[in-house]
Design a protein around this ligand. Structure first.
Ligand SMILES: Cc1cc2nc3c(=O)[nH]c(=O)nc-3n(C[C@H](O)[C@H](O)[C@H](O)COP(=O)(O)OP(=O)(O)OC[C@H]3O[C@@H](n4cnc5c(N)ncnc54)[C@H](O)[C@@H]3O)c2cc1C
Length: 406
């Protein structure tokens, strides 16, 4: 992936070495959340870390746009992660933890700090009455779905085909076709970059909700997730709650699909929508759904029905989840439906960016797009949806290197 080895030359000392020594003896500040792991006691590092300079980030993202990282390191080692963060502190620059780059929009100017790409690849499975899979952050998520399904573990079969890394899954609590990864997460191991400790967070401490966790809200940027523990019951039935999945099996006359058949069906449904990364599908050069499904008061439905000239029951709506009380006061709308209501169709193009020809929710790099092209289309859609419905669509992908990145 990295084409050349770039000489490290710190701006202050003008050294010309590509490796350098960092003394990273642990220093504690603040209070850790979660269970501190024994490793904390000897969490010291005094070795060589290779840091590359001016590495294009576009190559590490599925949208394939964006400028370079000023500094770039790939590592699976928790002490090295901390060393890299301390380097960023010394240089007074920000740092960013990168996974598979499938939920990321990098600015054309790139990122003026240290990007730390996590590459750990260890996976362990332990299956007796219940099964546990422990996987390093750098493992490809879909390989975990395959492993689970092969071992008769239910709970993530509908999350098949979601790109990205294991470490990325808790961050926005990935979800699809009626399942969320939080349903199986038993623990998250992470380097706490605020306290310089290694901790294990329980699911409760992760604060999971729809496309949310503490990792992308209250504690954004605090943790480098290095390992995730998933727990499963064995031999359960697949989740067939979602309409697309049900329809698929009705069409194929399969009454009792297996977990493997369900995961395969989900991948096929995704491919039809351009939501499965495939080299021969230009619609998959995206960051997936670009907008979250908005959660609004139920009272908004009649107004939307009037705008769409339909019956309120025809406005696509889903339960908002258990985060809202009373539960029936809020409802989740379809961002795709709102985008279409604002007049956009599949394949809509603006400059070198466009909507997928299969799905209006994905913004696609049509070839040679810049981050500015993506942003221009995003803004056009947000403005039009707001003008038509008074609902502001919230962007799903994380931004990096923009003045107001989140
Ligand atoms: C075609 C396509 C389809 C998609 N479909 C879905 C879908 O159905 N459902 C869904 O929920 N998402 C979907 N996504 C979005 C994306 O795949 C997920 O959000 C994925 O989990 C992101 O993981 P990543 O490793 O690529 O993270 P990145 O894009 O690298 O990073 C995203 C955020 O997570 C943080 N992060 C990543 N790894 C770590 C780590 N180890 N420690 C701390 N922070 C970390 C980053 O700092 C950043 O803030 C889709 C994307 C694409 C391109």
């Amino acid at each position: 992936m990295i084409s050349g080895y770039i000489e490290f030359s710190p701006p202050e000392s003008r050294q010309s070495s590509s490796c350098f020594n960092l003394d990273c003896t642990g220093v504690e500040h603040g209070t850790p959340i979660g269970r501190a792991l024994p490793v904390t006691a000897s969490f010291e590092y005094s070795g060589s870390v290779t840091i590359l300079e001016n590495i294009s980030l576009a190559q590490f993202t599925t949208l394939a746009v964006g400028g370079p990282a000023r500094w770039f390191i790939e590592t699976a080692d928790e002490a090295e992660i901390l060393a890299a963060v301390r380097f960023a502190r010394q240089q007074r620059v920000p740092y960013f933890i990168l996974g598979g780059g499938s939920n990321l929009l990098v600015s054309d100017d790139g990122f003026p700090g240290v990007v730390i790409r996590l590459t750990g690849k260890n996976v362990e499975i332990d299956s007796r009455d219940v099964a546990t899979i422990r996987a390093d952050a750098g493992v490809e998520w879909d390989s975990i779905v395959r492993l689970a399904v092969e071992n008769n573990c239910d709970g993530i079969e509908c999350l098949a085909g979601i790109p990205g890394s294991v470490g990325g899954t808790p961050v926005q609590n990935v979800g699809a076709y009626g399942q969320e990864v939080s349903g199986t997460i038993e623990g998250v191991r992470a380097v706490d970059l605020q306290t310089d400790t290694v901790v294990e967070l329980s699911p409760n401490q992760c604060g999971f909700a729809y496309r949310r966790s503490i990792f992308n809200t209250t504690h954004r940027g605090r943790y480098a997730i290095t390992r995730v523990m998933y727990g499963f019951t064995l031999g359960g039935a697949p989740n067939l709650a979602y309409r697309d999945v049900k329809n698929y099996f009705a069409e194929h006359a399969i009454a009792h699909p297996s977990l493997a058949e369900t995961a395969a069906a989900v991948r096929e449904i995704r491919a039809r929508k351009g939501m499965l990364i495939a080299a021969d599908d230009p619609d998959s050069r995206s960051a997936g759904s670009f907008f979250k499904n908005p959660i609004v008061p139920v009272a908004k439905i009649p107004g939307l029905a009037a705008i769409a000239d339909c019956h309120p029951d025809e406005v696509p709506q889903f339960p908002a989840g258990t985060d809202f009380a009373p539960a029936d006061a809020m409802v989740k709308l379809s961002a795709a439906w709102l985008i279409e209501l604002a007049g956009f169709r599949k394949g809509y193009t603006l400059g070198r960016a466009g909507l997928s020809t299969k799905h209006v929710l994905a913004i696609v790099n049509r070839g040679g797009a810049t981050a500015s092209d993506i942003v221009a289309l995003r803004d056009t859609i947000q403005t039009a949806v707001h003008a038509r419905t008074a609902i502001r669509l919230e962007q799903e992908p994380v931004t990096l290197g923009f003045p107001t990145s989140h």
